[in-house]
Design a protein. Sequence first.
Length: 202
Amino acid sequence: MNTATSSPVMLYTEQTPNPESLKFVTNRMLYRGTADFKEESFAREWSALASGLFDHPFVKGVYITNNFVTVTKEFNYEWADIMLKLKDFIKKHVEEGNEIIKDGFAEAMEKLDAERAAEQFTGEDGELARRIKELIDTYVKPAVEMDGGNIEFKAYDKGVVHVTMQGSCSGCPSSTVTLKAGIEGMLKRMVPEVTEVVQEMG
């Protein structure tokens, strides 16, 4: 038996700024990348872990990155009633060495991103869009990841920066504040052409 994998799986929960999302942190690397599952069908296609979580009627979204899973619940359930079930499920899934994310997921997402990027970075604003994306990736992403979420640059159009929020940040009341106060302020300072930042639903 491989001793590296037989060490016990530790799991604890962390609050996120979104009361509907909870971060389940493990002592294992689950996925080196970001995988955001807002729809059950997408989860069934790409992730056994997300798929299994969606089998619970109270799970609305699953976000997997590094060593944690952020679960977003349906608002009519209480964490007190469902947290242990989710914790046990994730722990068992990881302990048994079951699949987290299917092979090929990163490549499929990269292909989608490349197609999007081809649209994003063309035309006269292409260079600006690239700079904005870089700023978001460098300064904003790491902070957002601490809260169990993710931010993706979508587009830049006539002064307006479009982003999507994932994981705990999706639909979180405080993410709107973060977006407007923090991100918009920073981008306006660094890229004078930016007039506002708007959030699209992923």
